[in-house]
Design a protein around this ligand. Structure first.
Ligand SMILES: [Fe+2]
Length: 241
């Protein structure tokens, strides 16, 4: 990837960084204007992940923390999709890491104050690398919604956190997937900090009954698009070679 090939992000489709309805965003948002500077190699040529770092159960959250193969509580789901750039080119070897609450809406984390039970057989973390066609798949448990303090107590919709490393640090994306049909999505100030309806909808995993029926599990499809490569060529060689 060449430094010039990263295309500017469309900030109209990204969340507002200081959104009054989401209290914490006001404390976290930078107060000074952003400064732009050219990408260096660090942003454009790495990292590249070796598939040997991935363990056999890393993408199976129903087993990767279970004791004696006991299933976590809740119903199992498949979450799958593709990672591509904005020109629909699949991105292979992208590292996808996910984390989520258990079926009761509780994270395995000391700072989680939700008075819901932890599940001793569920850590809520997983990872995988995309295949040559950009495909990924996780087996997990449907996460529960959970309360949190904001404008009084509010509820987060069911969601899974995603971190994706594309072909370069410049394609890094951290986002959340919601679940089709969840009535809490509309009420969530974090979702509503994204003004653009299409962008909002792109964060919703779609129920896929065709895949659900083949494995007796509900399946949700969540396709991810990262920043693209603008294929610019010299007369007889690729740009940057
Ligand atoms: Fe969360």
């Amino acid at each position: 990837m060449n430094a010039k090939s990263l295309i500017k992000r469309n900030y109209e489709k990204h969340p507002e960084i200081d959104f009054p309805d989401y209290k914490s965003s006001i404390f976290r948002a930078p107060k000074n204007r952003k400064i732009s500077f050219p990408s260096s190699n660090t942003e454009t040529i790495g990292p590249i992940f070796n598939k040997n770092i991935i363990g056999k159960l890393d993408n199976d959250l129903t087993l990767n923390f279970s004791k004696n193969k006991i299933s976590p509580l809740g119903h199992k789901i498949i979450v799958y999709g593709t990672v591509s750039d904005q020109f629909t080119n699949p991105i292979k070897g992208a590292l996808i890491e996910i984390w989520q609450a258990n079926a009761a809406g509780k994270y395995l984390h000391d700072n989680d104050e939700n008075p819901a039970p932890i599940d001793p057989n569920f850590a809520g973390c997983g990872r995988c690398l995309t295949s040559s066609s950009g495909y990924y798949e996780f087996l997990t448990i449907q996460p529960g919604p959970y309360p949190y303090p904001n404008r009084g107590i509010e509820w987060r919709p069911m969601h899974i956190h995603f971190s994706i490393f594309g072909k370069s640090f410049g394609q890094r994306l951290i986002t959340q997937m919601y679940f089709e049909g969840d009535p809490l999505i509309k009420l969530c100030p974090m979702v509503n900090s994204i003004r653009n309806e299409k962008a909002k909808n792109s964060l919703i995993g779609v129920l896929d009954t065709s895949k659900s029926n083949t494995k007796n599990l509900l399946a949700y499809k969540f396709d991810i698009v990262l920043r693209g490569i603008k294929q610019t060529y010299f007369e007889n060689r690729k740009e940057g070679l």
